[in-house]
Design a protein. Structure first.
Length: 377
């Protein structure tokens, strides 16, 4: 063996040894992304420069256990042979205070998961839920670029320790995990799971709410959709029909563009949890207020001026992660305008006594035909 070959073998051996003990989540961009999100969104006046970043098992503990956060991610399973995946290469994976998991890999108490993943705090969960660029992305995986993305370390995904081996050891290490990630050797039988953006399988984060058959849902669609096609809402409609047999009805007419503007910020969708039931009185219904990134042309002057200077607003590419002050304020103010619109005197909903009253009053304005089924909801 020549000297160069010895050096190469030695370097490879050292790398394998290092990879057997290092935490793979520290080798990609996940931690950097997580820290930046925490710095931006989890600061409070009380914490000043320190982010308010509780462990996931403590979510809601400061407010009587409410709200109950359901943090949506995708578990990547391209090597799974489970027919229930329907070729999606991944499954809906939930992170919450009490339970974590998915129908395919099963569910575990969050306390157990946290014991194996001590870095699983709110910032980490938020970063995983928004890990848009990764080697594996559920049904959106770019198989032809997976190896290149791994080589260039474009890996925002997160490896979650899921099952222990006997004697408290884990069956995977950074070397095996990176190899499996590059080659797509990911299934539900491993002791570690590869998680990525929940939007890789369902971008509105409403799927888990509908699974629970909630009666009233508020859904905010911040996705890039310059043509106002409502593609994510259409995808949700399809997934819910296939997986649960539920039916979602909606009319996107008010969101369609005319001279570059829409006529409303959203719509009211009807969720029929019992589509096979014909009698109205026996139906189980839900209602979803869907709020969209829309411009009506009635916004504050500086928002419209920003749109004039940047015609792609409010659907600029999310590849731009470096907002300046004007851009940040334009999006913030547009969000305020959209939310305030549905709590305005025009809709009779400025101070509703309950969520049910609020949705009822909105229905009179948002349902084109004043759907009679609402009276039986």
């Amino acid at each position: 063996m020549t000297t160069p070959e010895i050096w190469v073998c030695g370097a490879l051996g050292l790398w394998v040894l290092w990879a057997s003990v290092v935490n793979i989540n520290l080798t990609g961009l996940h931690r950097y992304y997580r820290d930046k999100l925490a710095s931006c969104y989890l600061k409070t006046p009380e914490s000043r420069n320190a982010p308010a970043d509780p462990p996931i098992i403590d979510l809601g503990s400061l407010s009587g256990d409410l709200p109950y956060h359901l943090i949506n991610t995708t578990v990547n399973l391209p090597a799974s042979r489970n027919a229930e995946l329907r070729g999606r290469d991944g499954d809906f994976f939930l992170l919450s205070k009490w339970f974590c998991g998915s129908p395919i890999v099963g569910f575990q108490p969050t306390s157990v998961v946290y014991e194996m993943n001590r870095d699983l705090d709110l910032a980490t969960a938020m970063a995983v839920s928004g890990a848009a660029a990764s080697t594996n992305m559920g049904p959106q995986t770019m198989h032809q670029y997976r190896l290149l993305m791994a080589i260039f370390n474009i890996r925002l995904g997160y490896w979650l320790r899921w099952n222990r081996r006997p004697f408290g050891q884990f069956s995977s290490n950074a070397f095996s995990e990176l190899t499996r990630e590059m080659l797509g050797w990911l299934d539900e039988k491993s002791s570690t799971l590869n998680l990525s953006d929940g939007g890789h399988i369902e971008n509105l984060a409403a799927y888990e709410l509908i699974r629970r058959k909630l009666k009233f849902i508020v859904c905010i669609d911040g996705g890039m959709d310059a043509g106002m096609t409502c593609a994510d809402l259409n995808r949700l409609q399809r997934l819910v029909a296939i997986d649960f047999g539920y039916r979602i009805d909606f009319d996107t007419a008010d969101l369609q563009l005319a001279d570059g503007f829409s006529t409303n910020y959203g719509l009211l969708a009807k969720i029929d949890y019992t589509p096979d039931v014909s009698e109205l009185k026996d139906k189980e219904l839900g209602w979803m207020l869907y709020i969209k990134l829309a411009l009506l042309g009635t916004e504050t002057n500086y928002v419209l001026d920003y749109h004039r200077e940047n015609p792609l607003f409010p659907h600029q590419s999310t590849l731009n992660q470096f907002f300046d002050e004007a851009q940040f304020e334009a999006y913030r103010k547009l969000g305020v305008s959209a939310a305030s619109n549905f709590l305005s005197e025009e809709f009779g909903t400025k101070q509703p006594a309950s969520v049910e009253q609020w949705i009822t009053e909105l229905a009179g304005y948002l349902l084109r035909d004043n759907d009679e089924v609402f009276s039986g909801a």
